[in-house]
Design a protein around this ligand. Structure first.
Ligand code: HEC
Ligand code: HEC
Ligand code: HEC
Ligand code: HEC
Ligand code: HEC
Ligand code: HEC
Length: 446
């Protein structure tokens, strides 16, 4: 055997490949770090330059806890919009205004008095507890340009993330490239080896023809049987799963004719579910509110004001305002003249929860009698931007809850008597809905 001579050339090629890929990946990682720092630096500079010495991140916190009740950055609320207010007044004036604006108005400061009159003589809360540094921080926050202020609490933070995203792609691409290079190299090595072998007159051994794996498998009856059983079992498992899914619409989330956000109404604005779904308490159905209910508020809310710094706003102001306009079109409300035109276009809400006709379900029984929260069955609705079916609404779901949930008996004379008797009968102190007959077919099926 005289193959040995080739080893040096193979290992040289392999060493070369390794060195090549290593240097390549190193340079990729080097790129990773550099632009991130570079991006962070100017952002911080920019924020620092026009904000004096303040820290916009701390300022944002203060602003949200103390000022956001009356001020927004880009829109007028109780007080004026505060973006770039630092450029409007000098620093000392701002310190004393924010610490005690009423005092300045009383003292007859002309700017303060003018401002006070322009804002319907609304009084701003005094903040004597704030230090000048705190106020600098707040002003730094209000001085941030609109694009930076929204997504990045720490300047440069989001850029770093974005850069990482790009760099991940870069790294992946580089790795693929390295792999391809390796494969080509191997092919070349193989070819060279064969050539060397031929030149040295060495016969390369052909692999012996062996029994193929597949034939061996086919001959082993036990293995075949086991596989067949496994296949059958998994097939029926999936078939069962598929069949059980029929008619179950958990997660159903249709597009509604008006984009109505429960997150904005029930969540951020804290409107009680029963204000709109008023019949949930007293009747079988919970019902969708009529558009007149909407107009109780929306006569006055024609435009979406939501602060775009908030987490609850997922779409643009223009989008939401257009959705409110759809409500006006539906009820025939002309917002410029503040009158009804009489032209109506009823809204066809898409029904989401829908039990089969052969099931009896009663909201009042669950909400008023049993005291079950809406959220237990419908999920955290106050966080839903788009309404969806949270629970499966299967029979098993109803029955499980009836087995687990205790009936509320306190303060209910009717139940107390029944409770005593049934409790004796079942030998328990607490009664579940199931004990009360909540699993009898006739209770839920007509
Ligand atoms: C209770 C409501 C309220 C709160 C809370 C409030 N402000 Fe005001 N702010 C106002 C009103 C109203 C005005 C307009 C002047 C007036 O009517 O007194 C105003 C005016 C201002 C102005 C002058 C704006 C301009 O355009 O010249 C600044 C600056 C200001 N507020 C800063 C702050 C800061 C900073 C905070 C939080 C620490 C804050 N305000 C909290 C109601 C409020
Ligand atoms: C301002 C009025 C309003 C408030 C408040 C409100 N909803 Fe709704 N709700 C609606 C409207 C309108 C629809 C129909 C449009 C949709 O599905 O998004 C609806 C739909 C629903 C549906 C789906 C109905 C279906 O078709 O199956 C459920 C469930 C629901 N609301 C539960 C709640 C719960 C729980 C709360 C309290 C956390 C709540 N809602 C608060 C107006 C309201
Ligand atoms: C209790 C008062 C109230 C009622 C009732 C009410 N809304 Fe609203 N609605 C609001 C408030 C507050 C906002 C947010 C305004 C803002 O942030 O500028 C809003 C925002 C909206 C928006 C824009 C955001 C979004 O959800 O897409 C639409 C559309 C809307 N409402 C439709 C309706 C409809 C339809 C009804 C009736 C089913 C209704 N509203 C009932 C108070 C109400
Ligand atoms: C015990 C579970 C449960 C609770 C608690 C519950 N719901 Fe429902 N809800 C359902 C089921 C089940 C349906 C489907 C009813 C149907 O198809 O007949 C439904 C349907 C609805 C609908 C669609 C319209 C209708 O009446 O069919 C609305 C709206 C609704 N619920 C709102 C509410 C609100 C608001 C509350 C709280 C006050 C609430 N639900 C509490 C289980 C519940
Ligand atoms: C979150 C728990 C819960 C879920 C889910 C639930 N229920 Fe109930 N249900 C109760 C409780 C608790 C009672 C007992 C109320 C009482 O005090 O009478 C009850 C009572 C009832 C009753 C009256 C029973 C009687 O003894 O008169 C019916 C009918 C009923 N539920 C139907 C359903 C149906 C249908 C579903 C499914 C679509 C369902 N429930 C889902 C908790 C639940
Ligand atoms: C707590 C309420 C409740 C009770 C009690 C109840 N069911 Fe159901 N049943 C339902 C609901 C809800 C559905 C609809 C399930 C769906 O749409 O997936 C259903 C569906 C069915 C179906 C249709 C097949 C299916 O799974 O969709 C049959 C059959 C059935 N029930 C038989 C019975 C029998 C028999 C009993 C008595 C042992 C019984 N049910 C007791 C709530 C109940």
């Amino acid at each position: 055997m005289k193959k040995v001579g080739n080893h040096t050339s193979i290992s040289r090629i392999i060493m070369f490949c390794l060195a090549f890929s290593l240097s390549f990946s190193l340079s990729v990682f080097a790129q990773d770090a550099a632009p991130a720092d570079a991006a962070a630096a100017p952002a911080a500079d920019a924020a620092g330059a026009d904000a004096g010495a303040g820290d916009p991140a701390k300022g944002k916190e203060l602003f949200n806890t103390l000022c956001a009740a009356c001020h927004k950055l880009d829109a007028k609320a109780t007080g004026p919009a505060l973006r770039n207010v630092a450029e409007k007044h000098d620093r000392e004036w701002l310190y004393s205004w924010i610490k005690n604006s009423s005092a300045m108005i009383k003292a007859g400061d002309p700017v303060a008095v003018k401002l006070f009159n322009e804002n319907n003589q609304a009084v701003m809360t005094p903040f004597p507890q704030l230090s000048n540094q705190d106020i600098d921080n707040i002003l730094a926050y209000t001085s941030q340009p609109a694009e930076v202020a929204a997504p990045a609490p720490t300047p440069g933070g989001s850029q770093v993330a974005a850069d990482n995203g790009i760099n991940n792609v870069l790294i992946l691409g580089a790795l693929v490239l390295v792999l391809v290079v390796l494969i080509v190299m191997l092919a070349l090595v193989n070819k060279t080896l064969k050539r060397v072998a031929a030149a040295n007159g060495i016969e390369v051994e052909k692999p012996e023809p062996s029994v193929s794996l597949w034939q061996a498998y086919a001959k082993n009856q036990f293995l075949v049987l086991v596989t067949a059983i496994l296949l059958l079992l998994s097939a029926s498992y999936f078939l069962y799963g598929y069949l059980m899914q029929i008619g179950v619409d958990q997660g159903y989330e249709p597009i509604q004719p008006i984009h109505f956000s429960h997150k904005i109404h029930a969540g951020d604005n804290g409107i009680d579910c029963k204000y709109c779904h008023s019949s949930a308490r007293v009747s079988k159905h919970s019902g969708i509110p009529s558009l007149n209910v909407c107009m109780n508020c929306h006569k006055n809310i024609a435009e979406f004001q939501g602060d775009k710094d908030s987490t609850y706003v997922e779409y643009s102001k223009e989008f939401y305002t257009a959705e409110i306009q759809k409500l006006y079109d539906a009820v025939g409300w002309d917002k410029s003249t503040q009158t009804y035109t009489g032209k109506q276009k009823p809204v066809k809400w898409v029904r989401i929860h829908n039990l089969p006709d052969f099931v009896y379900f009663n909201h009042a029984q669950h909400v008023s009698v049993a005291g079950v929260e809406c959220q237990t069955c419908h999920g955290p609705v106050e966080t839903f931007e788009i309404m969806k079916q949270h629970s499966s609404l299967t029979m098993g779901w109803c029955i499980n809850c009836h087995r687990e949930t205790d009936v509320k008996i306190e303060g209910n004379a009717y139940y107390e008597k029944i409770h005593d008797e049934l409790a004796k009968k079942y030998g328990v102190t607490k009664l579940t809905a199931a004990n009360m007959g909540g699993t009898e077919c006739g209770k839920c099926h007509y």
